[in-house]
Design a protein around this ligand. Structure first.
Ligand code: NZQ
Ligand code: ZN
Length: 392
């Protein structure tokens, strides 16, 4: 088992009507003026936004609001938020939505607590030294940003999608009411479930030593998401299934399933370039590249892929041929993606890649040929080109 540091300071308020407690939660943190940050229309349409305003007002908390965050959240909206927070003396940011809104809130929080251009943190030119406190009301189980240390922002100049990780941005609280996810279109439910699975798979596929307990937690989490996402495709208002997937989303990315593992993260890096250039849904982009990545790297750790096949997907173990078991597992995972209408190629995302675009994606993903990605097998620019070609 590798050494690790596990830090999850977020208070989780899980269950029905959790959003009605938001005023009390902000008050308990002694904050006075809130930026209520949200996306397009979903939170307005469901009446959630009005309920949140009521709860804040009842607790005597002043607020301003800023909507319009789009999937793959933009840097220009972050700057707009920082200007508004400065003008209004905001001391707390409440994100209502999925990963995009939460990540935008975190970036605004960095902008409020640091003097430099916030984009410098995403380009690794500077390291944040603080963040305004963030609270979240989750409406989409997917990114895990409600407990994670991560924020991912897209700069419209050059369409670069980049992440910044630091514990300063971990939310103070996460309100998780599974009922708030009933209105999700099936595509977002499926894409979110894929992202949740991938956050554990990225940690599970590793070259590290043994990690029996973490493996057990991870395998149970992955089976739970697979089972319940299938239920949600037929029965989107099934509370128990929504609740299982929602809690899995947070545990999958708060660090728990990475305790003792170095992790891989190549698929996330490959996908972020697709998201930046073609604005695809993050989870769907991950499903589109995963099978090609897996076939490209599995020989570097056949035993791990065979364990995944047997313990997560129920593939019969061929003890005489581990490679056969490993490959059957990759096929079974792709069959699962298909069963929830997720793509298993980039073409199915509606993106037809030519060779020049593939080179550009790989060049960006390798930070202009200056880094490799991946833990199972370190991938350089040429490897990335091969995987994008296999996946297109
Ligand atoms: O804008 P609205 O109208 O709210 O619609 C949103 C959006 O169009 C809709 N939606 C959200 N809740 C809804 C709903 N529609 C109906 N009913 C509801 N209850 O869903 C659409 C997608 O929302 P978005 O926030 O973009 O999705 P997701 O949560 O998947 O977040 C994706 C972003 O998170 C980043 C991704 O790269 C991507 O930019 N990630 C963030 C991570 C982190 N901070 O830890 C880790 C992840 O790996 C990921 O990279
Ligand atoms: Zn992700």
């Amino acid at each position: 088992m590798q050494d690790f540091n596990f830090y999850t300071p977020t208070q989780v308020v899980f269950g029905k009507k959790g959003e009605d407690k938001v005023g009390e939660l902000v008050k308990a943190l002694n904050c006075k003026k809130v930026l209520v940050h949200f996306g397009g229309n979903s939170a307005k349409k469901s009446g959630l936004l009005d309920r949140v305003f009521d709860s804040l007002t009842q607790s005597g908390i002043d607020y301003v609001s800023l909507g319009g965050v789009v999937p793959n959240p933009r840097l220009s909206k972050v700057y707009e938020g920082i200007d508004l927070c400065k003008k209004e003396n905001v001391d707390f940011i409440l994100a209502i939505g999925g990963g995009s809104v939460i990540d935008s809130a975190k970036a605004i929080g960095y902008g409020m607590a640091n003097d430099c251009d916030v984009w410098d943190f995403y380009m690794k030119k500077a390291i944040p030294t603080g963040c305004l406190p963030i609270g979240t009301i989750l409406t989409l189980s997917a990114a895990g940003s409600e407990m994670s240390n991560s924020s991912v922002i897209t700069n419209e100049e050059g369409w670069l999608k980049r992440g910044c990780n630091s514990d300063y941005c971990r939310p103070k609280f996460a309100i998780m009411n599974p009922e708030l996810t009933y209105t999700l279109p099936p595509y977002q439910t499926a894409s979110g479930s894929t992202d949740i699975l991938m956050h554990t798979m990225e940690r599970y596929f590793t070259q590290g030593g043994t990690m029996e307990l973490t493996d057990g937690i991870s395998e149970a989490l992955m089976r739970t998401v697979i089972n319940n996402s299938k239920i949600l495709m037929k029965d989107p208002t099934n509370y128990e299934a929504r609740a299982e997937v929602m809690w899995a989303g947070s545990l999958s990315h708060n660090g728990l399933t990475g305790c003792g593992s170095i992790g891989d993260w190549a698929c996330h890096q490959l996908e972020h370039e697709l998201g930046g250039m073609f604005d695809v849904a993050h989870g769907a982009g991950l499903a589109a590249v995963w099978g090609s990545w897996a076939r490209y790297v599995y020989k570097a750790n056949v035993a791990r892929f065979a364990q995944f096949a047997v313990n997560v997907l129920g593939v019969p173990n061929d003890f005489s041929d581990q490679e056969k078991t490993a490959l059957a597992g990759i096929e079974a995972m792709e069959a699962y993606y298909k069963s929830i209408d997720m793509p298993i190629s980039i073409k199915e995302l509606g993106v037809e890649l030519n060779d020049d675009q593939i080179k550009e994606l790989a060049y960006k993903c390798s930070f202009q040929n200056t880094r490799t990605v991946g833990g199972v097998k370190a991938l350089n620019t040429e490897d990335m080109i091969e995987i994008y070609k296999m996946a297109r």
